[in-house]
Design a protein around this ligand. Structure first.
Ligand SMILES: Cc1cc2nc3c(=O)[nH]c(=O)nc-3n(C[C@H](O)[C@H](O)[C@H](O)COP(=O)(O)O)c2cc1C
Length: 477
């Protein structure tokens, strides 16, 4: 069987299923996305980062994300402008699509009663706290702001927007992603039109993307969830939760992921907006103790255990529905942080905070990229008409080939000769590797000898590989 042509050589499906995710017809936005390289997505992290982190990740070869759930319209436009002008690489803008709850005065009153002792201790007036929604879901009004930017990727948390709104996003050409925390959610997302599913394991920091259930016993670890979702759906699956280094990336790819989404590992990066209190907690022993809690927003989210979680219980039923729990926590949080304490702050963290280091996001991205297999994206086509080939020629050609393969990341090297015509094809992951090889002293020397002694003439073309398919040779008896 001839494999379906698909760009980039990325593995898009779990073993055992045909490559149905990538039809070989006209390129879709997803095809185009996949030609840009490994699917290393920096997770959108509302409240902890903006376009600076996203751009740094893009510049290092990953896919940066702008979390928009907590951005006012003006800030959203500014951030989208920065991102769209700052990179030619794909980037992602992320929205929540929850249904805002009906106001529930009795529940709100119970919540305030529960928090009253903390207010009294801090000398704050609970009656002065305005009720507030906090986070607004994606809407046509928000889409009006986003549409002119035509983001390469739009991702959603808590399901998908209504069909007409989703059609609008797909209509302007964005690749659409959304998180699934169960197989059933993944199937629902596929049936409703996502281009790829983010399988969010229970290790993940921040909010659980759960939207078809609120039963926490359905929530499982990334490496239990991922292969089940890969086996169930035909769209590519991106693994999220607990992945913090190249080995984690390799493990996710081995289980059939087409890519990964990484959040916690970026929280202490130079470009993140994580507060000093949150950074200190992430880099301390405290980060070994995380729990799902509803106290800070009303939906389960993973954070480092702090005083509020210990004293109220992390899943206290008094917390009102998402996102209304936030309003009454905000003054306690601000007061605590002024005293240098994270007792009332959401210290979001995944279970694997080991990768949290104070470093440029580019360094973290490059380390994660090591987990992806190198894929040939460029080919150097060398064609020559021979004049006089001697023994030194053969030795030099072999040496250059060796140098390319062992020192400069060349992935394959094929040379054929017919009469006085020679063609050499070398395959490379990127142009920087080609340039480095060509600048090596041995290469420059060989070039000079080629011109002076061996070749009547030659040409070099560097071509981008946009598609690849192959028919494997039959196994030898
Ligand atoms: C601080 C923080 C904020 C987050 N905010 C969002 C968000 O705004 N939207 C979203 O889709 N996911 C959000 N997430 C979840 C991530 O998309 C992702 O599932 C998670 O970070 C992956 O697990 P990891 O943190 O172990 O890498 C957030 C995660 C963290 C740690």
């Amino acid at each position: 069987m001839i494999a379906d042509p698909h760009p980039s050589g990325l593995t898009l499906k779990a073993a055992g299923r045909d490559n149905a995710a990538m039809p070989s017809t006209a390129p879709t936005p997803l095809h185009t996305l996949l030609t840009h390289g490994p699917l290393l997505l920096q997770a959108p992290m509302a409240g902890s980062q903006g376009s600076a982190l996203a751009l740094a990740v893009c510049q290092a070869g990953g896919i940066g994300a702008l979390p928009a759930a907590m951005l006012a319209p003006e800030a959203l436009t500014q951030e989208l402008t920065r991102l769209s002008q700052g990179t030619n690489r794909p980037w992602n803008v992320n929205f929540f699509c929850h249904t805002p709850p009906e106001p529930d005065a009795a529940r709100e009153a119970r919540w305030r009663e529960t928090l009253a002792p903390f207010y009294a201790e801090a000398g704050l007036d609970i009656d002065a706290v305005p009720a507030g929604a906090g986070r607004v879901p994606f809407s046509h009004t928000v889409a009006d702001l986003v549409e002119p930017f035509r983001p390469p990727i739009v991702s959603f948390h808590f399901g998908l927007p209504a069909p007409d709104l989703l059609a609008r996003v797909k209509g302007w050409g964005s690749v659409v992603l959304s998180s699934a925390t169960t197989v059933e959610e993944a199937l629902w997302l596929e049936a409703h039109g996502v281009d790829a599913v983010i399988a969010q394991g229970i290790e993940a920091g921040g909010h659980r993307g759960m939207f078809r259930t609120d039963d926490l016993t359905t929530q499982v670890g990334t490496f239990a969830l991922l292969p089940q979702i890969v086996a169930a759906v035909n769209v590519p699956v991106i693994a999220a939760g607990g992945i913090a280094d190249a080995a984690g990336v390799r493990a996710a790819l081995a289980l059939g992921a087409a890519g990964v989404q990484v959040g916690t590992a970026y929280l202490c990066s130079d470009e993140a907006l994580t507060s000093p209190i949150h950074r200190a907690a992430l880099q301390s022993e405290a980060a070994r103790h995380t729990q799902l809690t509803t106290l800070f927003s009303g939906r389960p989210a993973r954070g480092i255990v702090n005083r509020l979680m210990r004293e109220l219980g992390p899943l206290n039923p008094a917390a009102p529905a998402f996102p209304t729990a936030t309003a009454a926590i905000a003054p306690l949080r601000a007061h605590g942080e002024k005293q240098g304490s994270g007792d009332f702050s959401p210290l979001w963290s995944g279970q694997n905070a080991r990768g949290c280091r104070s470093a440029p996001a580019a360094d973290i991205t490059r380390e994660l990229l090591q987990g992806f297999p190198a894929v040939a994206r460029h080919v150097v086509i060398f064609r020559a008409t021979a004049r006089a080939l001697d023994a030194e020629y053969s030795a030099t050609a072999a040496q250059l080939r060796e140098l390319a393969l062992t020192r400069f990341g060349c992935l394959d090297f094929v040379a054929v000769t017919e009469g006085d015509q020679e063609v050499a094809l070398s395959y490379w992951p990127d142009e920087a590797s080609i340039r480095a090889w060509k600048q090596h002293a041995d290469h420059l020397m060989a070039q000079q000898l080629g011109r002076e002694r061996w070749y009547a003439g030659y040409s070099v073309e560097v071509a981008a590989i946009t598609r690849h398919y192959h028919r494997p040779a039959p196994a030898q008896a």
